[in-house]
Design a protein around this ligand. Structure first.
Ligand SMILES: [Cu+2]
Length: 752
């Protein structure tokens, strides 16, 4: 089994990076050194009361103490007071009304272990407060999603810590309580009941029944919790994905501070916080030809406006974060987003950049802004691109298109086309870019004044590339808004309807001459996610029916959200169906979780779609629209049908290589419908599915239908070297995906 990020490939990457030109800093936005506070870090204090929550100090009459407790005072404690006990079996009881509760106190070398009960039931057997150093105002324990109403929390001091990682036996058995925070007690009286979603689409059309027919059902299941808000998401193995957020007060913690990145194991629905050093707020990402995942760009150090004295994060505007030690067998907690800012960083600062993998296997990092903010402007715009590993002198290269598409041009839609050139769309414009000649071919404007990139975010798909159609590239862009990009925030309404428009363009001479063809989704969507399925259909999910991306800008925000009217029902787009009958929400389940700004959706290797995130807030919030940690799984009908399977897929494929796999087909399967889909699930953030790709592979089935000979893609333009997944599909029912590395597996080219 291949592993996307190996230690070997990482070492090679670091090896070349330190020799390269990367140490030259010419951008004033970059501090040029590690954390300015790293020499004398302030003690980290995660105590934070999200909006809509209520804090109770330890002296509150709602808390009763039993056994021997001592009061202490210090300016380091919340409201300068704290209660502690060293008596075994001493306890405190807190009665509250809400849907969640958080317990804050100190941790340290003299601390022990507590048990936590909720409403008389043991919820946590062992809450260990031991730490190698003393820390104050720590979130010791928290739980959420209780039924609304009255609850009782009881915490009992049970024993000294005996954590297995500690070398010496622990004898301290202190536990303490500084403050308790109740979630959801205010929202219960102020949040109106959620309206049922609108269903404006026609329910009449059903997908044509082929072969054995589509007897399965779509299902939706909510399970799992990402721990950190899922702003950015990429599948890295058969069971794991990486989740990257910004620096904020997430529920999950890492080394005594809120976590900002995690490995999410979707086989066990479990998040494992991991190390990330610089602020990855609205970064881009890709895999490279050697399978290594990188995350690039972001935002400066978070300052006091998020109510935290010092998060300890580094400036991420020029950050390059390399995923390390993330094998499928090791502990996910050992994964690290490696950073070495002195030696490995972008040439220029980039917030809201898009990254595409190009045919030589390196990353082309496009656009972004020099500073965080909202809508782009000429003083923050970074109308350039650069490569990682760097090429030539490593300097950023000007691209007129990125200057001409102000103001709504952040997170441009970028695809590497089947001829090796680059498609870019931003605001109302689109081009094809030739890296070699640095030339731009202007494409027709997106029709009907629809803007399609941040903060009028639509979503783009490179439709499946098919050898039967000479791998002609065709793009589909759905959603967005006609709101002007020069209007001030206070003149924009969260109620202005988003666009229903999907624009489709075939990127051949004739196709470009014919121009964009326009179709309408059943629902208007801003910030939708378009997910390619192995069948070639496009699953469109998430987003808002009105408003504009971001938070805190428009006059009539909902909570802090600039957008409203969440769309709760996905729609399927079948590119090959006749015009007028391509959209269907037939049998599609409806969610009750709003997925607005900072949401994601991706295909998983077993063929279903994972949906996560939504956080239109400066910092974690529990008021509408809250910071969303819950994960949903949309399962297409094929998940419950009898499915084809394949074995013997090589872990690596050279271009044009033929290989033979063993095949098991469902009874009465129609082999004339057999397809092989090579897929890149991409890196998703801000409605951009960077590198998402489906290439049909040429195939020959044996007479006994037991083996299939498949031909790898002919060249690196059609599928740039890097990781992928192979599915066989028969009667529109796919197998599970088999992980492969396309190309030699070598590092992308390194220039000195
Ligand atoms: Cu963002």
């Amino acid at each position: 089994m291949i592993i996307f990020t190996t230690l070997r490939s990482l070492t090679l990457l670091l090896g070349f990076a330190s020799k390269s030109v990367l140490t030259k800093h010419n951008d004033s936005a970059w501090h040029g050194h590690l954390n300015p506070n790293s020499e004398a870090p302030e003690p980290f204090r995660p105590y934070y009361v999200p909006a809509g929550s209520q804090a109770f100090d330890n002296i509150s009459p709602t808390i009763t103490y039993s056994g021997v407790w001592t009061s202490a005072t210090s300016k380091d404690y919340v409201n300068s007071t704290l209660k502690y006990t060293t008596a075994i079996n001493a306890s405190f009881t807190f009665t509250f009304s809400g849907t969640g509760v958080e317990w804050f106190g100190t941790t340290g070398p003299d601390h022990g272990v507590a048990q936590v009960y909720l409403d008389g039931q043991l919820l946590s057997k062992k809450v260990d407060e031991w730490d190698s150093v003393a820390r104050v105002q720590q979130r010791i324990w928290a739980a959420y999603d209780f039924p609304r109403g009255k609850h009782q929390l009881k915490v009992v001091n049970i024993q000294p810590s005996n954590h297995s990682r500690h070398h010496a036996p622990r004898t301290g058995h202190r536990i303490d309580v500084d403050a308790l925070v109740v979630i959801g007690n205010l929202a219960s009286t102020t949040t109106p009941p959620r309206k049922l979603p609108r269903r404006s689409w026609s329910d009449d059309w059903r997908p044509p029944l082929t072969g054995r027919g589509l007897q399965g059902q779509w299902t939706l299941e909510q399970k799992g919790n990402t721990g950190v808000s899922a702003m950015q998401f990429a599948v890295i193995s058969e069971t794991r994905a990486i989740v990257v957020d910004k620096v904020e007060h997430n529920v999950a913690t890492f080394e005594g501070h809120p976590a900002w990145a995690a490995i999410y194991d979707f086989s066990e629905n479990q998040a494992y916080p991991i190390k990330i050093s610089s602020n990855s707020f609205c970064a881009g990402g890709t895999f490279l030809s050697n399978g290594t995942f990188i995350n690039v760009g972001g935002n400066p150090v978070v300052e006091d406006h998020t109510n935290s004295a010092d998060f300890g994060d580094l400036n991420g505007l020029q950050g390059i974060r390399i995923l390390q030690s993330c094998t499928q067998s090791g502990s996910p907690s050992d994964c690290v987003l490696y950073e070495n800012a002195d030696n490995i960083h972008l040439d220029s600062s980039r917030w809201y950049n898009t990254v595409t993998r190009i045919p030589d296997g390196s990353a082309m990092i496009v656009g972004g802004a020099h500073a965080g903010g909202w809508i782009n402007n000429a003083s923050t715009n970074n109308p350039t691109y650069e490569f990682y590993p760097p090429k030539g002198d490593g300097k950023s290269i000007q691209m007129s298109f990125l200057a001409n598409t102000l103001h709504a041009n952040l997170f441009p839609i970028v695809f590497t086309l089947a001829d090796g050139r680059i498609f870019l769309a931003a605001n109302q414009d689109a081009i094809i870019y030739d890296i070699g000649s640095k030339s731009e071919q202007t494409l027709p404007k997106i029709p009907n004044n629809v803007r399609i990139t941040y903060p009028m975010a639509g979503t783009g798909v490179l439709l499946p590339l098919d050898p039967a159609k000479d791998y002609q590239s065709e793009v589909l862009i759905c959603g967005g808004s006609t709101i002007s990009d020069t209007m001030a925030g206070y003149d924009i309404s969260s109620k202005t309807p988003a666009s229903k428009q999907c624009s489709r363009l075939l990127l051949t001479d004739d196709g470009i001459k014919a121009g964009w063809s326009v179709e309408e989704m059943p629902d208007a969507r801003l910030m939708p996610d378009a997910v390619l399925l192995p069948t070639g259909d496009v699953f469109i999910v998430n987003g808002a029916g009105s408003g504009i991306s971001g938070y805190g800008n428009v006059a009539n925000q909902i909570g802090a959200s600039n957008a409203g009217n969440p769309v709760f029902t996905p729609v399927l787009y079948s590119p090959g169906a006749p015009t007028g009958s391509r959209f269907s929400s037939h049998g599609m389940p409806t969610s009750n979780i709003a997925r607005l700004y900072h949401s994601v959706a991706t295909l998983l290797p077993d063929g279903h779609v994972l949906v996560a995130g939504s956080n239109p807030n400066l910092d974690r919030s529990t008021v509408e629209y809250q910071t969303e940690y819950r994960v949903e799984h949309f399962s297409p009908p094929y998940m419950t049908m009898s499915r084809p399977s394949l074995t013997g897929t090589p872990s690596r494929l050279d271009y044009g290589q033929s290989f033979t796999v063993q095949l098991t087909l469902p009874a009465q399967a129609d082999t004339k419908t057999l397809k092989v889909s090579l897929m890149d699930f991409g890196f998703v953030t801000h409605a951009v599915h960077a590198n998402a790709r489906l290439v049909y592979l040429e195939l020959t089935i044996s007479a006994d239908q037991k083996t299939l000979t498949i031909k790898a893609p002919p060249n690196a333009n059609i599928y740039p070297p890097g990781p992928g997944w192979i599915f066989i599909v028969i009667d529109d029912v796919p197998s599970t995906g088999q992980q492969v590395l396309i190309g030699s597996g070598a590092n992308p080219p390194i220039q000195n």
